[in-house]
Design a protein around this ligand. Structure first.
Ligand code: FAD
Length: 410
């Protein structure tokens, strides 16, 4: 229930921020009509705390209206490669991030178990036929919000739109990517509608009709299974490369256009300029098919650099264990593992890495893992398809030589 208290000063700030035109000023006082979805946008802007929302006791709430599995589809701008650091760039065309397909693949399984619909949520300035690609990965419907204010990600705008959609359609489950965008957006939505959020899930399933959210806890030493029985939607984030992609089905999803009013004044952050930071640093390790990672066993930063040669001869990128990052051998953006990036390349070469559980969780779904370690009992060999026991400083140069010889003889 929403109430306007007598202390309302009639400033009118709550009127333009309401996405549903549910607030009017009558006799210098805010009056809220039946279009209100309790999104809370007006509560946040009231300078005298005159608007209050009282929510139902969640334990006794009836959730029967909440149905369907939703996936937030993250769109990323595609910028041309090879631009010098410092170059100013304009917003470019967008494409769906691969993690969205991974979430749809997993969402399909959950929706099938529940016998409910899988819906994709697309917020964009213009739709360029995303429904074909989204349908191919199992979505039944696409809820599409098209608005020029959605060209670029903005926390206030995107979260307000999602809250409006949730209140309108009442999904049972809502999945987000654990990317920079998803990690910013999902908590904001969760806080706005007073629901829980499980971050960085590594497995999802249905237990007694509820979403069972599994994630590593206590430094990766145990797996925690989390249920959210007292709130809807049940919300979770999942990192890129954790869920397996399904085979595309070749069907298109039904598009449902949603009309949601967006008031520019809710934006508290404005993009002034976009600049290339550095091509090499901004290249994402999670997108590389080949990763050569080094650990503390590489000994020092100069010896670590030989891995760049091995990676380049395999057309891949260099990653690192946290041990190596802590020693300053590589920047943090290249750390693989629980507190770094989760990767699943075609080939992962682990050089001088012991294979701590926190490292393994970030790379174990790679297609082929090769480990080089002088300790035959190193745990990394438990997940490796091929293991080489020996001194990494002798083996890596030999590997580079052999690969280059083979490439040159073609
Ligand atoms: C909350 C938390 C989060 C964490 N997150 C991450 C994470 O995201 N990623 C991560 O990697 N770690 C993470 N860690 C740290 C993790 O527990 C390990 O400490 C770390 O992975 C060890 O890095 P390492 O394997 O490079 O070093 P070490 O464990 O020191 O292993 C070095 C290995 O190199 C081998 N070696 C030494 N010399 C040679 C040589 N000449 N030739 C061949 N082999 C050699 C040794 O036999 C050894 O196996 C986390 C820890 C915690 C508590």
């Amino acid at each position: 229930m929403i109430t306007v208290l007598n202390k309302c000063i009639g400033c009118g700030k709550c009127v333009p921020v309401c996405p549903f035109a549910a607030v009017q000023m009558i006799d210098k006082r805010a009056v809220i009509n039946e279009a209100c979805t309790l999104c809370g946008a007006c509560v946040q802007v009231c300078p005298v705390d005159a608007i209050i929302i009282e929510r139902e006791d969640p334990i006794h709430k009836d959730f029967s209206a909440y149905k369907g599995v939703w996936v937030f589809i993250e769109l990323e701008h595609i910028h041309k490669k090879g631009k010098a650091a410092g170059t100013t760039i304009q917003p470019a065309a967008k494409k769906i991030r691969k993690v969205a397909y991974e979430l749809l693949s997993e969402g399909r399984k959950l929706a099938d178990t529940l016998n409910e619909e899988l819906c994709a949520i697309v917020l964009t300035d213009k739709n360029t036929g995303y429904e074909k690609e989204i349908g191919a990965y199992g979505a039944d419907k696409v809820y599409l919000v098209e608005n020029s204010e959605l060209e670029e990600y903005n926390t206030d705008v995107f979260s307000t739109v999602l809250v409006a959609l949730i209140n309108r359609h009442k999904p049972g489950i809502f999945l987000y990517p654990a990317t920079i965008m998803g990690r910013d957006l999902a908590p904001r939505v969760a806080a706005s509608i007073y629901v829980g959020l499980t971050a960085d899930c590594t497995a999802l399933s249905i237990k007694d009709g509820l979403l069972l959210q599994s994630r590593p806890a206590f430094g990766g030493n145990i797996m925690a299974d989390i249920l959210s029985p007292n709130s809807r939607p049940q919300m979770a984030t999942v990192r890129p490369n954790v869920m397996k992609l399904s085979e595309p089905l070749g069907k298109a999803a039904v598009v449902i256009k949603e009309d949601i009013k967006i008031d520019k004044s809710i934006k508290r952050v404005k993009v002034i300029e976009r600049k290339i930071v550095h091509d090499k640093l901004s290249a994402k390790i999670e997108n590389s098919d080949v990763i050569v990672s080094g650990g503390r066993g590489m000994k020092d930063i100069n010896k670590f650099k030989v891995l760049e040669q091995l990676a380049s001869s395999l057309d891949g990128m260099v990653g690192a264990s946290r041990g190596a990052v802590d020693m300053g051998f590589k920047e943090k953006s290249r750390q693989v593992g629980q507190s770094g990036t989760t990767v699943s390349p075609k080939l992962y070469v682990a050089c001088g890495i012991s294979g701590a559980v926190q490292h393994i969780v970030g790379m174990k779904s790679s297609d082929i893992i090769i480990a080089i370690n002088k300790d035959p009992n190193a745990p990394i060999f438990n997940v490796a398809k091929y293991g080489i026991v020996g001194d990494v400083h002798e083996i890596v140069p030999k590997l580079i030589k052999a690969i280059n010889k083979r490439v040159n003889s073609r």
